[in-house]
Each structure stands twice: as C-alpha cells, then as structure tokens.
Design a protein around this ligand. Structure first.
Ligand code: HEC
Length: 128
C-alpha cells in the first residue's frame, strides 16, 4: 500500500521533469532579456523619426509595435526563428546591406544576444 502511494506521488514530479526537459532551455523573457538588447542596439533608428522607422515603419519601442513589424508586415513569426525576418537580419543570413544593426559604426550583436532573441521567438515570442 505505501509503495503504491509513493509511486503515485512521484508521477507529477516525473511529468514536470519531462516538460522541463522538452523545452530544453530556460524560458526567455521579453522584458528582461530581449527588450534591453533591442533598446541598446536598435532603438536609436527604429523609433519615431529614426532612419529605420522612416524607411520601413518598424518601431521597436514596445512589444506591440515590434510585433506589428514593418509597413510590409510582421518580422517575427512566433515559434519559428528560422522563418522570422528579424532573426535572419541579426544573424546576417540576409543581404549584407540589410544586416542589422545597420550603418557604419554599429556593432553586430554577440552570439549570445542573437541566441537569446532566437530562443525567445522559438518559445512563441511572448510578451513575458
Ligand atoms: C543606424 C540605424 C539602424 C540601426 C541601429 C538599426 N536599424 Fe534596422 N533598419 C535601418 C534602416 C535604414 C532600415 C531600412 C533598410 C534599408 O533599406 O536600408 C532598417 C530596416 C530594418 C528591418 C526591416 C528589413 C525589411 O525586411 O524590410 C528590420 C527587421 C530591422 N531593421 C531590424 C533591426 C534590428 C533588430 C536592429 C538592432 C539589432 C536594427 N534594425 C538596428 C536602420 C537601423
């Protein structure tokens, strides 16, 4: 009897371990992890009256405006960094003239920053 009780009490723990194991990595937070990277590297141009905004309509001041994308449409496809323009541009998998951040003197994002943004998109690009 007591053995059965123990076995049952272990089930939820096992399920949780499985769920954590499947997600593979800790959840990335938009506000804590992603936003600071965008603020530092992108906002000077992708803000009202900035060069990137004037040319494309892409405003990165808020989650909502970021998800809205450019005047041509979204740049983020929640759940798939591979299909997201944003991820392609920051990792340089696009025409070099479009690599972001843009312009002379802009330093590219670090591997870690790129990985953070990709993981956030792959986890569903949530406003978390
Ligand atoms: C120095 C200014 C500048 C900075 C900094 C900058 N951008 Fe841009 N961005 C532009 C300009 C200008 C364009 C319009 C592209 C063009 O035609 O040159 C653009 C276009 C874009 C586009 C749209 C591309 C398309 O498919 O139409 C995305 C997405 C983008 N930027 C993302 C970013 C991200 C992410 C960062 C930060 C990592 C960033 N940008 C930093 C100036 C900037």
């Amino acid at each position: 009897m007591s053995k059965i009780k123990i076995a049952f009490s272990l089930v939820p723990v096992g399920l949780m371990a499985l769920m954590i194991g499947c997600s593979g990595e800790a959840e990335v937070s938009f506000n804590k992890d992603v936003k600071p990277i965008l603020d530092e590297n992108c906002l000077k141009c992708h803000v009202e009256d900035g060069a990137g905004f004037v040319k494309t309509g892409l405003n990165m001041t808020s989650y909502e405006s970021l998800m809205k994308g450019t005047k041509f449409g979204p740049i983020i496809e929640p759940g798939s960094s591979v299909s997201s323009t944003l991820a392609r541009l920051i990792s340089g998998n696009a025409d070099p003239s479009l690599k972001m951040p843009h312009g002379a003197g802009s330093k590219p994002l670090s591997e870690g920053e790129i990985a953070t943004i990709k993981a956030w998109i792959d986890q569903g690009a949530k406003n978390n």
